[in-house]
Design a protein around this ligand. Structure first.
Ligand code: AMP
Ligand code: MN
Ligand code: MN
Length: 313
C-alpha cells in the first residue's frame, strides 16, 4: 500500500521496536539512510537494530556508527516493523524470511515492485537519504554531526557529489542544512574517494577490457571471473568510461560467481531503468543495475544486444 510521508512518520513514531535494512551490495545511500533513520528513531526512544545481509564496503568506513550494523545471524527477529530502505523486497537478502514484522519500505527507485505492506516512494528524490532528511523535519528531530555525516554521504554518493541529473534545489538545501552541523564536505569526500594503490592499478587492468559498440554509443568494461577475483573492488570503475565523448550507455559487467554476472549501467539519454527492469534488475533512468545468470561470454553478448535494442528509448 502506498502511503504518504506523513503516514510514514506517524507509523514510525507509533512503533516501539524497529529493524532497519537496505539492499545487498550496500552503497553510501543504503548505509547512510539506515544510520540516519536509526538516529531519528533512537532520539525518539525506540529500540532499533540495523541488519544488512552483506559485507559492508571498505570505502564507507568513515561512516559514523557503521560498526554497529549486524548481519542476519539469528533465525528469528521480532519487531513492530521491518523497515527496508533504498530497495524493494527482492534485493535485501534473507532478512524478510527471518523477520515476519510488517514491512515499511522507504525508497526512491521508480522500479520499486510495491510488494511491501506500506511503501513511501519518491522517485524524484536524489537519494533515500533525502527522504530521511525530510522525515527528520516532519518528525521534528535535528541531526547531530554523526547522523548528519551519514545522511550527507547518502546524498553525496547517489548524486555524484551533486552533479547528476537527480540533483535538485531540495537536494542542495538538504545538504546545505546538514553542513550547518559543522561537517566538512572535503573531509568526507576525501575519505570516501581515497583508494589503495592496488585498486588504482586494478582500474588500469580493468580498462584493458574497454570496448565500444553501436558506433561508439555504448562503452563497456567486461571482467571475467578470473579478473574479477583479482580486484578488491570495482567501485567507481564505471565513472572512468561514462565520460567518453559520444557514449550514451556505459556498462561494467563482472562475474561474481561462475555464471552470475553483475551489471552496472549509466546513461546520458537512454532510460536504463527500463532496460534493467527487463533484465530482472532495476534502478533509475540514468543509473541502473541487474544480475544476469549466464556464462561470461553469453552474458556479455546478451547485454550488448539488449542495450542496442533500447538505445534512445
Ligand atoms: P550501481 O551500478 O550498483 O551503482 O547501481 C545503480 C543504481 O541501480 C542504484 O540506484 C542501484 O540501487 C540500482 N540497482 C543496481 N542493481 C540493481 C538490481 N539488481 N535491482 C534493482 N536496482 C538495482
Ligand atoms: Mn543504493
Ligand atoms: Mn539510493
Amino acid at each position: 500500500m502506498i502511503i504518504s510521508l506523513r503516514e510514514t512518520a506517524d507509523r514510525l513514531m507509533a512503533a516501539n521496536s524497529l529493524i532497519l535494512t537496505a539492499h545487498v551490495n550496500p552503497d553510501g545511500d543504503a548505509i547512510g539512510s539506515c544510520l540516519g533513520l536509526k538516529y531519528i528513531l533512537e532520539t525518539l526512544g525506540k529500540k532499533v537494530q540495523v541488519i544488512i545481509d552483506d559485507d559492508l564496503p571498505k570505502f564507507l568506513s568513515i561512516m559514523p556508527g557503521i560498526d554497529q550494523i549486524q548481519k542476519p545471524e539469528a533465525d528469528n527477529y521480532e519487531a513492530d516493523y521491518l523497515v527496508i530502505l533504498d530497495a524493494c523486497l527482492d534485493r535485501v537478502g534473507t532478512l524478510p524470511l527471518k523477520c515476519k514484522a510488517p514491512i515499511l519500505n522507504i525508497d526512491h527507485h521508480g522500479t520499486n515492485d510495491n510488494l511491501a505492506n506500506y511503501l513511501y516512494l519518491d522517485a524524484d528524490s536524489a537519494a533515500t537519504a533525502e527522504i530521511i532528511y525530510r522525515l527528520a523535519k516532519a518528525i521534528g528531530v535535528k541531526f547531530d554531526r554523526d547522523s548528519a555525516t551519514a545522511v550527507y554521504i547518502g546524498l553525496a554518493t547517489d548524486s555524484g557529489y551533486f552533479k547528476y541529473s537527480n540533483t535538485t534545489p531540495q537536494t542542495m538545501r538538504a545538504a546545505a542544512e546538514l553542513l550547518e552541523t559543522g561537517i566538512k564536505p572535503e573531509t568526507i569526500s576525501e575519505a570516501i574517494e581515497t583508494k589503495d594503490y592496488t585498486v588504482v592499478k586494478g582500474m588500469g587492468t580493468a580498462l584493458q577490457t574497454l570496448e565500444l559498440f553501436a558506433d561508439g554509443k555504448i562503452a563497456g568494461i567486461f571482467l571475467d571471473y578470473e579478473l574479477t577475483s583479482t580486484l578488491e573492488t570495482t567501485e567507481g570503475f564505471i565513472d572512468l568510461i561514462r565520460v567518453i565523448d559520444g557514449v550514451d550507455v556505459s556498462v561494467v559487467l563482472k562475474v561474481v560467481e561462475p555464471e552470475v554476472c553483475r551489471v552496472s549501467m549509466r546513461s546520458k539519454q537512454t532510460d536504463v531503468s527500463k532496460l534493467a527492469l527487463r533484465l530482472g534488475g532495476g534502478g533509475h533512468k540514468r543509473a541502473a543495475g541487474c544480475t544476469i545468470k549466464k556464462p561470461f561470454a553469453e552474458a556479455k553478448q546478451y547485454l550488448i544486444d539488449e542495450i542496442i535494442k533500447s538505445l534512445g528509448v
